[in-house]
Design a protein around this ligand. Structure first.
Ligand SMILES: *Cc1c(COP(=O)(O)O)cnc(C)c1O
Length: 434
């Protein structure tokens, strides 16, 4: 099982052999801390277990979960692919030195500029999301006299048991074309006959934070059965399939953990059996982990400020960040836990609410957590918070985006600097009386 490299050094937490007190002093708080060794082990677990004798496999990291030059630079050292959902994400991946052919382009409303950029940069794969987008892409390719490889995103109608905002596969979803939509066959027929678009196969992504492996098996079964039907309908061999991401990952200390390696090995077997059952020509199978790749390795470190008792509810302990560095609890009720990182040896008896410092009532990071009585200047750490936190961060209340640091074997590596006063007004234009 993949584990954080946390250690208790006389009551003080160290991550990757570096004391969080030292990190807080050096980089200020809030601070995103990534356990580099755990990230490497997670990558190796994906690549080592999502493997088959029957087909080639691709592990495609969904960069929207967390992307910058450092983390993509680290990942590109492995046999990985990268999924981007905007031309800006493509730009960041290319700037990190990722090969264009290893980039896949997703999104439900890719603009003309974005598609044009992706085609000019000759990225590896475009995942077509709608009929409209198909026409736009076709037009562009004709103008540029270029060809692309593509997948078509299918919405397989698999209803997962997670929050509505992170489900993507309902019949009213804004993503993909629904598998029961009759117009889809016409679209597939058209793409298959288009010499500028090489339709390799189909793609689906059923949601996020899905912990029940059964949903992925259902997805695979539906999508491969569909591939078989389309093979027959168009007398065409599809070689690729991609099942998206959404694999669950623990976010609170109490959460049960998915055994990633075991899950992946079983999933491969299920896919192998289905491919053989339908006698498909599939030679390449992809998955797109985002959260499950990066979430566990990342923690957010805060400093405790004021405390407050309210007439009702648990007493509040405030930290020097909040929804500007982790909006997920306020946005869709994500549940994290917390520890006082400089009081590991003290008993945790009382329950608290951990509140942020932003001017919103909903800015509560943890609703209910037992802590050893927190005092001003203590260090509070929220573990398993590496995904969709920095990447959803904002400058609300003009708070600077915190620094990001990676730690391993007693050393720390700055990955993203903390924003300065100047960064906050760098794009502003001063008013001048005319
Ligand atoms: C967001 C996204 C992913 C990653 O989802 P996780 O829940 O982070 O694993 C994968 N594929 C597509 C198309 C996505 O939009």
């Amino acid at each position: 099982m993949l584990k954080n490299n946390f250690e208790n050094q006389e009551g003080i937490l160290s991550i990757g052999g570096v004391s969080v007190e030292d990190l807080a002093d050096k980089y200020q708080t809030p601070l995103y801390i990534y356990d580099q060794k755990l990230l490497k082990e997670t990558i190796e677990t994906f690549i080592g277990n999502f493997k088959s004798q029957v087909f080639d496999t691709e592990v495609v990291y969904a960069t929207k979960a967390f992307s910058n030059l450092y983390v993509l630079g680290l990942m590109k050292g492995y046999d990985m692919y990268f999924d981007c959902v905007s031309k800006e994400e493509i730009f960041v991946a290319l700037s990190a030195g990722v090969e264009a052919q290893r980039i896949h382009f997703h999104g439900n409303n890719k603009t003309r500029e974005e598609l044009s950029y992706a085609v000019d940069k000759e990225i590896g794969l475009i995942i077509i999301d709608s009929l409209d987008e198909y026409h736009l892409l076709d037009e562009l390719l004709a103008e540029k006299n270029k060809k692309v490889d593509a997948l078509l995103r299918i919405n397989p109608d698999v209803k997962t048991d997670t929050h509505k905002f992170i489900q993507t596969s309902n019949a009213d979803s804004k993503f993909g074309v629904n598998i029961r939509d009759g117009a889809m066959r016409d679209l597939i027929g058209e793409i298959v006959g288009n010499p500028r678009i090489n339709l390799l196969g189909f793609h689906a992504h059923i949601g996020s934070q899905v912990k029940n492996a059964g949903f992925f098996e259902e997805e695979a079964s539906i999508l491969l059965d569909f591939t078989r039907q389309m093979e027959k309908a168009f007398n065409y061999k599809f070689t690729h399939i991609n099942f998206g991401g959404g694999f669950g990952s623990k976010e609170s200390i109490e959460d049960e953990d998915l055994d990633l390696g075991e899950f992946l090995r079983n999933f491969v077997k299920v896919i192998e059996n289905l491919i053989s059952k339908h006698d498909l020509a599939i030679t390449n199978v992809g998955i797109e982990p985002g959260r499950s790749m990066i979430s566990k390795a990342g923690s957010i470190l805060y400093r405790v400020g004021s405390r407050k008792k309210t007439l009702e509810g648990l007493p509040l302990v405030f930290v020097d960040g909040g929804m500007s560095d982790n909006i997920r609890p306020s946005l869709y009720g994500a549940k994290y836990s917390a520890i006082i990182a400089n009081k590991l040896n003290e008993e945790t008896t009382k329950a608290y609410r951990v509140g942020g410092k932003l001017c919103e009532s909903g800015d509560i990071l943890v609703e209910d957590v037992k802590l050893p009585s927190p005092e001003r200047d203590d260090l509070l750490l929220i573990p398993y918070a590496g995904a969709y936190t920095y990447s959803m961060s904002s400058n609300y209340n003009k708070l600077p985006r915190p620094a990001v640091v990676f730690v391993e074997d007693g050393r720390d590596y700055l990955a993203v600097k903390r924003q300065s006063f100047k960064d906050l007004i760098i794009n502003d234009v001063k008013f001048e009386e005319k």
